[in-house]
Design a protein around this ligand. Sequence first.
Ligand code: AMP
Length: 439
Amino acid sequence: MSFESLGLAPALLRALAEQGYSEPTPIQAGAIPVVLEGHDLLAAAQTGTGKTAAFSLPLLQRMSGSAPSGTRRPRALILTPTRELAAQIHDNLRDYGKHLRVSSAVIFGGVSMGPQMQALRRGVDIVIATPGRLVDHMQQRTIDLSGIEVLVLDEADRMLDMGFLPPLKRIVGALPKRRQTLLFSATFAPEIKSLAMQFMQSPREVSVTPANSVATTVSHQVHPVDAPRKRDLLLHVLSKDSRRQTLVFSRTKHGADKLVRFLEQSGLRAAAIHGNKSQNARTRALADFKNGRITVLVATDIAARGIDIDQLPIVINYDLPMVAEDYVHRIGRTGRAGAEGVALSLVSHEESGLLRDIRKLLNQDIAILEVPGFELSSPLRLDAHAPRPKQGQRQQQRPQRQGGSSHRPHAHVQHNNGGEHAMGNRKRHSRGRRPAAKA
Ligand code: AMP
């Protein structure tokens, strides 16, 4: 599958090549043709699947077509729950659209409205906004939404969680009825279906479902530990067999770098691979790991996808992934081909909710083994109120595409016939309802 075959314009293909993307991700392959054909789209995909490009590319293509003469009104509106996401989408639009003449502006709260008003007055094609601040602009009549041809609801489930339903309704009520609507959400929960019923017209559905199989030869173990003592515990575990090749997962790029510095200072040979490293640095780290020059490879989830190493005796989760399914991707690196493998997770109180999700997904018990000298101050909570770390910044990395991963997700496209849609297992952990927030 190539980007060319999806029907994207040469200017976009050029930008994609410059980004280093060689092939579409499953959500892109599923969504882009549907959007280019002008259909409404209900897409189940979460951060990390390439969903931003899945809507940005066809949107840019449409916006690069001639605008109604003389119009300076925005033609597309992207709504997203947080400023970070809004800024990230804006950056991506600029990257993908650099060879096109399409303008965009980003609108979110917490900063003064002046520059946003000026950008809107100058005229832009695409507005990326958080719902609260957009409503402020509507009230002050500093935005005209009557020219919107395409509406994108990004992370719709999260917008609902954050109490944005009232502003969403208000915004959608101010848009032209004849428009294309794209809704992206991690799940197709009933609230999302109901939103789709209200805002969309016979949407096509695309979902990305990963294979959730875990080798039965993997033994799952947890070492509970207080967060500040994690790195010492890691060192303790690694020092037990300092020649053993170990893949360690970190949730963030920054965390991976810090951990490598710490391990190196402690005398271990380690390297990190993540999206901020050049392709050369990643290739070198991987080669060094394979030939034994380094024994510890610290990777982030996305960077590890598609890299060709498996049959490791042990994979360590220094942090648990925010999404339980990523645990399955991670430990797919061990216990392959009938070999025994250990998936060891260092879990602090803050992560006990994530551990609960993983246990549920695996539908199997995980041995919780305290390590003498690293005992927790109080036991891990694994009940319904178990805490989860705050959803920090999402990772801004690109999945590497060399080598095949048997855990690559695949996309399903289907027509919406009003029936129940099977979402597979790609469910995000349920978040507690948060109080209404203004972005
Ligand atoms: P997203 O799911 O939109 O947060 O995207 C996750 C990361 O994947 C972003 O850093 C993108 O730059 C990157 N990405 C998106 N599409 C591709 C692709 N086709 N090939 C490689 N990387 C991609």
